[in-house]
Design a protein around this ligand. Structure first.
Ligand SMILES: Cc1ncc(COP(=O)(O)O)c(C=O)c1O
Length: 406
């Protein structure tokens, strides 16, 4: 049966159990799997028969999450022949586990990857501190300038364009369709980090990308209680033969408990995202008219420079926004002291609202000139808007802002 997105979220993938089917996906907390028949085990080892052997390789609870993520990313999409699009997902120890395993699996020394300058800090550090010394070079490019991207893509060393959209913390959006078209003219791979949007709001495979990565720690889990990441791809044999080997040998696998928490979280993804989006839109509109605020970055506002791109590729505009205070760093610190309901923390995508100040928290290690170049001003505050009653959220943020208005 062709299920709609919300039904795919809620449904349990069937794991065969000997006596009766558990209604809810259980946690299969076991290191290894035992067999009565040595022949059967050998067939599994040789890849002739499907079965679980050792939980670093795979595990029923992890597989349940992988099947759901693949189903969500492909929900309603068709392949080139008009059949339902089939995707393969693997779950990792974290978003960084998924991203590092992808780069190591898909790229070799001498290869280059085109990236935006405002990547998630961990991905940027991975490229600079770990992959560059191994000969895999990032080429920082303005992904909003198609001519610039076309010029860089002519370099035969370029193997991949890596896009994070919407991006941290200014909620910049990049045109997945246009960038994929450029990459495909040159035979290059395209990866999208879909963490901020989730497959409910944005399905990059619709535009022909090769890979999607997620920090499932964020909106997919939604409750801030597990760390994991996902890599999703069209090419099943690449996932089974290459990515699986890297995951297995680097040990970047997930575990049954984190996968189970993720499975629970994903059941409510659609309803949570609807509320994240409506609360974030109301918050963005409120902030736009507050006298202490000089700028609001929310891609659902017509004033945002990437509103048109966001409208084209996203169903709604997500739960992430940032805003600049007229009073800069001093006002930022003062405001954060006044907050009562929102939680001051890094991370994002949880049921409750998380507030942070990039210049003194997540981006404190980034040079001031670089921060300025990417709009991360001293007075910028980032909000991951949660599911609280919007009137309480507006009262909390509004009350704190009133203390820093002139
Ligand atoms: C967009 C994005 N990608 C990847 C990551 C890394 O995810 P994790 O913390 O699960 O390793 C993060 C973490 O904040 C992120 O925001």
């Amino acid at each position: 049966m062709d299920l709609k997105f919300g039904s795919v979220c809620v449904r349990n993938p069937k794991t065969p159990f000997p006596y009766s089917q558990p209604h809810m996906e259980p946690i299969v907390a076991t290191t290894t799997f035992s067999y009565d028949d040595p022949e059967a085990l050998m067939e599994i080892f040789l890849g002739e028969k499907k079965g679980f052997v050792y939980s670093r390789w795979s595990n029923p609870t992890i597989e349940a999450a992988e099947l759901k993520i693949a189903a969500l990313e492909s929900c309603g999409l068709k392949d080139d022949t008009g059949n339902p699009l089939m995707l393969k997902a693997r779950l990792f120890s974290s978003g960084m586990g998924a991203i590092s395993t992808l780069f190591l699996s898909a790229m070799k020394p001498g290869d280059k990857v085109i990236v935006q300058g405002n990547l998630y800090g961990g991905t940027n550090e991975l490229l600079v501190k770990i992959l560059s010394p191994l000969g895999i070079q990032p080429v920082i490019t303005d992904l909003k300038q198609p001519e610039e991207v076309k010029k860089q893509c002519k370099d035969p060393g370029v193997k991949m364009i890596y896009i994070e959209t919407p991006a941290n913390p200014t909620i910049d959006c990049y045109d997945i369709e246009a960038l994929t078209a450029i990459a495909k003219e040159n035979g290059q791979l395209v990866t999208v980090d879909n963490t901020f949007a989730t497959p409910y709001l944005q399905q990059p495979f619709r535009f022909g990308v090769d890979f999607v990565v997620h920090s499932t720690t964020k909106f997919l889990n939604g409750h801030g209680n597990s760390i994991s990441g996902a890599l999703v791809a069209r090419d099943e044999s690449f996932m089974d033969q290459v990515v699986f080997n890297y995951l297995k040998l680097l040990g970047t696998n997930s575990n049954a408990f984190d996968a189970w928490l993720l499975n629970q979280g994903m059941k409510t993804l659609e309803v949570r995202m609807d509320r994240h989006c409506s609360n974030a839109m109301a918050m963005a509109q409120f902030l736009s008219s507050h006298p202490a605020v000089s700028k609001v970055n929310y891609c659902g506002l017509e004033s945002h420079s990437d509103y048109a791109v966001a409208r084209k590729q996203m169903k709604q505009f997500g739960g992430m926004l940032s805003f600049e205070l007229k009073g800069g760093l001093t006002a930022g610190k003062r405001m954060l002291k006044e907050i009562q309901l929102c939680q001051l923390a890094v991370s994002l995508g949880t049921v409750d609202t998380i507030i942070q100040h990039p210049a003194s928290m997540s981006h404190v290690g980034v040079k001031k000139e670089i921060r300025k170049q990417y709009g991360i001003t001293d007075g910028l505050i980032r909000l991951s808007v949660g599911l609280e009653d919007i009137s309480d959220l507006l009262a909390d943020i509004g009350g704190a802002l009133d203390t820093v208005k002139n």
